[in-house]
Write a protein that binds this ligand. Structure first.
Ligand SMILES: *Cc1c(COP(=O)(O)O)cnc(C)c1O
Length: 409
């Protein structure tokens, strides 16, 4: 029997605020009732603020992030279109696979798992494509398998510098509402996410933001689509309704979640909190002497940390021991990282105490799985960071001295 809470440190589904869970505890209602539409319209408006877009159109399809990937592709491209993608982790690999299955001509640039999307290679390739044969460029903003955040603005610059017309697709599934994402400033044409990560909801919605340019492309795109047809959704959304049954409880939860992010905590503060929490986890890992999968600090993800276990230790044991003995879920190593890596998800409804719990349990599970471990080393490094940052709001990346300076209130 398990007592107490099971600690959830996977990068999706994420922890859900109690207020969001309560907001979903409502009776079923008629999704065609005259007063239902206002809920949807308000949500779609506020989601635009989360994507930081004024001109984009937002849509929610019952489904998940992968469904939103498929909707983005099938509404805007033609069979056989050439598209450029990087493969540097399990999620970008799955997106490549989906694009191939749907019949696109995918040009893949393979880079080390741990590196970001290679902006310079994209830039050279786009520059050489003088006939604009590449119709779309795909970027996985935050590779959840490796804990790597890529520079989407750099890919936009690469497109602009070669006057390239390709659509810019961005997977923002594990970055939106937790890592800075700027649809309009970065000229993103299709941004996709799911409800169960930064938005702190159950899985069940695939969410897209679509630029004017992508909307125009959708008018003539000939890939087969039916359920995910943008124009059906947009026509019904105008008055706040859906072409088919929406998950109404999820929409009530979404309303509450958006209120928290936008109006109670504030999006900028949400993003700053994710950075502060992530930095503590990284300092903990550094104190253990373990390596991240992320190859440099420039690509560190503020939503998930992927940690390489020492030689001779099986990461699957670490994850199993954490779950069986300490009621704690960590993310596993995906694809080629299986057994070599475990992940701490720190996005969504998280705080310092939760991150300290994650580090503390990880220390025990690592030790029991055979790693050399000085108990408290990672926890102490994170405590030092959290306690200091709270009082002085420094964002310095330099190691902090052990002595605390408590600022006067
Ligand atoms: C979780 C995730 C997905 C898949 O989303 P689902 O909602 O599980 O379909 C895609 N991309 C990234 C980067 C993710 O983290």
């Amino acid at each position: 029997m398990r007592t107490g809470q099971t600690q959830l440190f996977v990068p999706g589904p994420t922890n859900m605020p109690e207020a969001v869970r309560q907001a979903m505890n409502v009776p079923m209602q008629d999704m065609r009732a005259p007063d239902f539409g206002g809920l949807t319209i308000g949500i779609l408006d506020d989601l635009k603020k989360i994507f930081r877009t004024e001109t984009g159109r937002v849509m929610m399809f019952p489904g998940s992030g992968s469904g939103a990937w498929e909707a983005a592709i099938t509404n805007t491209l033609n069979p056989g279109d050439k598209v450029l993608m990087a493969r540097h982790g399990q999620f970008s690999a799955l997106w490549v696979e989906m694009a191939e299955r749907l019949g696109l001509d995918v040009e893949v640039i393979d880079v080390t798992w741990g590196a970001g999307c290679p902006a310079q290679k994209f830039s050279r390739r786009l520059g050489a494509d003088t006939k604009d044969e590449i119709k779309a460029v795909f970027v996985t903003h935050n590779e959840t398998a490796t804990g790597v955040t890529s520079d989407v603005a750099a890919i936009r610059r690469a497109l602009d510098e070669s006057f390239h017309d390709a659509l810019l697709f961005v997977d923002a599934v594990s970055s939106l509402a937790s890592i800075e994402f700027r649809m309009d400033d970065w000229g993103v044409d299709l941004a996709v996410t799911g409800s169960q990560k930064g938005l702190m909801l159950p899985a069940g919605l695939g969410i897209l933001a679509v630029s004017d340019k992508a909307m125009t492309a959708s008018e003539t795109a000939t890939m087969r689509r039916a359920y995910f047809e943008f124009s059906d959704m947009l026509r019904m959304n105008e008055t706040g309704y859906f072409p088919y049954t929406p998950p109404t409880q999820l929409l009530h939860g979404m309303r509450k979640s958006l209120d928290r992010i936008l109006f109670e905590e504030g999006l900028d503060n949400v993003i700053a909190r994710h950075h502060r929490l992530a930095e503590g986890v990284r300092r903990g890992v550094a104190a253990w002497g373990l390596d991240l999968v992320a190859e440099s600090h420039r690509v560190h993800s503020d939503t998930v940390t992927a940690i390489r276990v020492p030689e001779g230790v099986d990461a699957r044991d670490v994850i199993r021991i954490a779950y069986e003995e300490f009621n704690t879920s960590f993310g596993s190593g995906l694809g080629e990282l299986n057994g070599k890596v475990f992940r701490i998800g720190h996005l969504g409804d998280m705080n310092e105490a939760m991150c300290l719990t994650a580090l503390s349990v990880a220390e025990m599970a690592l030790a029991k799985a055979g790693a050399q471990m000085r108990f408290g080393s990672g926890v102490g490094a994170a405590q030092n960071w959290y306690a200091r940052v709270e009082v002085s709001e420094t964002s310095s990346e330099a190691p902090q001295p052990a002595r605390l300076t408590i600022a006067a209130e």
